[in-house]
Design a protein around this ligand. Structure first.
Ligand code: TRP
Ligand code: ZN
Length: 495
């Protein structure tokens, strides 16, 4: 039976109340010109700005908003620009716990900008340039405000470079999310940043509404391995006791999935049966789990490709580190498992996220069930595929929770900023998908999953996008079902 929960579910208690101060301030309190405040468009589309056509005068440049416009997380991300690529050139010394380097951020202005913000937590900022010219900057909390010598024109491509250094500090201030961000370990670092911990190691637009490509040039003491997203773009080079790794993620990626996990690792590399590159890594303490991680990651990735559609990235695999978080994160191409040998359920979960969460990303946190409900349902699908519990049995097991159970009080279609990773977002989100499958039948349901992942490949999605597509694919009216399963604060009894 499906009573065994993955470590991530056990960690749900730890992970709740995500947000710290950000979520406690009222929405709409952003200062300055906030073209995106209150709206939830990604930063590529600025609601209030009229496109300057021939003969029309352009809106005067102004400050970019200090938040990207997610009302539940008003300080996260920033407005006024859209990042195309991060080029991070970073040196980490585990002995001194010291990180230093530069972040070159290639962006496009979505409005004329007299100043704009980046998110960065801690560090000393040594120098900021915009298109090579020295810029002034100010810091308040985790906002780094850049004041270019000349305003950036609307629609202009520009590069901001930030040189910075200091001791990275993960986010620990929220009461039960635990620790996330750049977490120093004894031989390196474990870097898992959902929802907003990327700012603990690089300046950027730290909200999933802005996806970008990444290049990581990482220098570490010789003998330490640096693992980042995507593929190695060059042979690691060792010189003067230090090794430099160059990793590149050429598919769009949200900030919380970026990683530069460092340490001593045993590696296994190859390809899955269908030919996808596969890289597994384990801290020597978890050496025994390496082969299993490698084999299962390959097998499960290949299976998901038959169920969800082609694998969206250039490689698969995973990393087991010895930092005991008890949880895992679906880092793009390289899920991270913190301090435990992962079992099939959690590997199936993190790899399903490569489609749901990573290729298709949410642009506001309240839609988180589109990530976690889908990944939880994938665990049930994997168990069924293995001849273990059927998805129907898993659904029934969870549905048997009494009407007073907390899961029915929390509407998974509206994840709460102070309790983002609530069990309901995972389990009731998964149940919602099974209820849908019961209603529209297997053929439409699996066609829906494949159409969903192909139509929005590498893009952004909302709950409304999903319910509309479900109605379109099935030709059925599904309001009652989605209301009961996603939005009602009581146990669904009919749908
Ligand atoms: N998304 C993770 C999962 O369900 C859980 C998670 C949330 C997490 N925040 C995190 C993991 C921070 C690591 C760090 O798989
Ligand atoms: Zn998950």
């Amino acid at each position: 039976m499906a009573s065994r929960r993955p470590a991530v579910a056990a960690a749900t208690v730890l992970l709740c109340a995500t947000t710290g101060a950000a979520a406690c301030s009222a929405p709409g309190t952003q200062g300055g010109a906030t073209p995106e405040a209150g709206s939830t468009v990604p930063s590529g589309a600025t609601a209030s700005q009229t496109a300057p056509g021939p003969g029309t005068s352009q809106t005067a440049p102004g400050p970019g908003a200090p938040g990207i416009g997610d009302p539940d997380f008003p300080d996260d991300g920033n407005g006024g620009y859209d990042v195309g690529r991060y080029r991070l050139d970073l040196d980490y010394d585990p002995g001194r716990r010291h990180l230093s380097g530069t972040a070159a951020i290639e962006a496009t202005a979505t409005q004329g900008l007299t100043r704009f913000n980046l998110d960065l937590s801690g560090f000393t900022v040594e120098r900021v340039t915009v298109d090579g010219a020295r810029a002034r900057f100010e810091r308040t909390g985790t906002e780094l405000t850049v004041i270019p010598a000349r305003p950036v024109a609307s629609r202009a491509a520009f590069t901001v470079e930030v040189a910075y250094a200091g001791r990275p500090r993960p986010v620990t201030d929220s009461s039960n999310l635990g620790t996330y961000g750049f977490i120093p370990t004894k031989d390196g670092a474990f870097v898992t940043c959902e929802p907003n911990g990327a700012k603990t190691w690089f300046p950027g637009n730290d909200h999933p509404a802005d996806k970008a490509r990444y290049e990581f040039q990482i220098t570490v003491p010789e003998g330490i391995t640096a693992l980042a997203n995507g593929e190695l773009a060059a042979e690691p080079k060792t010189e003067g006791g230090k090794t430099t790794y160059l990793w590149r993620e050429d598919h769009p990626m949200v900030t919380y999935l970026a990683t530069m996990t460092l340490g001593k690792f045993v590696l296994r590399e190859g390809r899955t049966a269908s030919g996808i590159k596969n890289l597994a890594a384990a801290d020597p303490r978890f050496r025994d789990s390496l082969d299993r991680l490698y084999t299962l990651s390959g097998k499960i990735t290949d299976y998901w490709a038959t169920v969800f559609g082609p694998y969206p990235f250039s490689s698969t695999g995973g990393v087991v580190d010895d930092f005991s978080t008890g949880y895992a994160l679906e880092n793009q191409t390289k899920p991270m498992y913190g301090g435990f040998a992962p079992d099939e359920d959690i590997i199936a979960h993190e790899l399903a996220h490569q489609w749901f969460g990573n290729s298709l990303s949410i642009k506001r946190w309240k839609d988180l069930w589109l990530n976690e409900g889908f990944a939880t349902y994938a665990e049930w699908l994997w168990q069924e595929h293995q001849g273990d519990a059927t998805a129907e049995q898993s659904f029934r097991l969870h549905y048997s929770a009494g009407p007073g159970d907390a899961i029915w009080k929390y509407a998974p279609g509206r994840a709460r900023p102070d309790d983002l990773f609530n069990n309901s977002v995972y389990t009731r989100g998964g149940m919602a998908l099974h209820a849908l499958r019961q209603k529209i039948g297997d053929e439409d349901f699996f066609e829906l999953l494949r159409t969903w992942s192909s139509e929005h490949k590498y893009g952004h999605v909302t709950t409304e996008d999903f319910t509309a597509l479900a109605e379109k694919v099935s030709g059925e009216e599904l309001d009652a079902l989605f209301d009961a399963w996603l939005f009602a604060e009581k146990k669904p009894t009919s749908w």
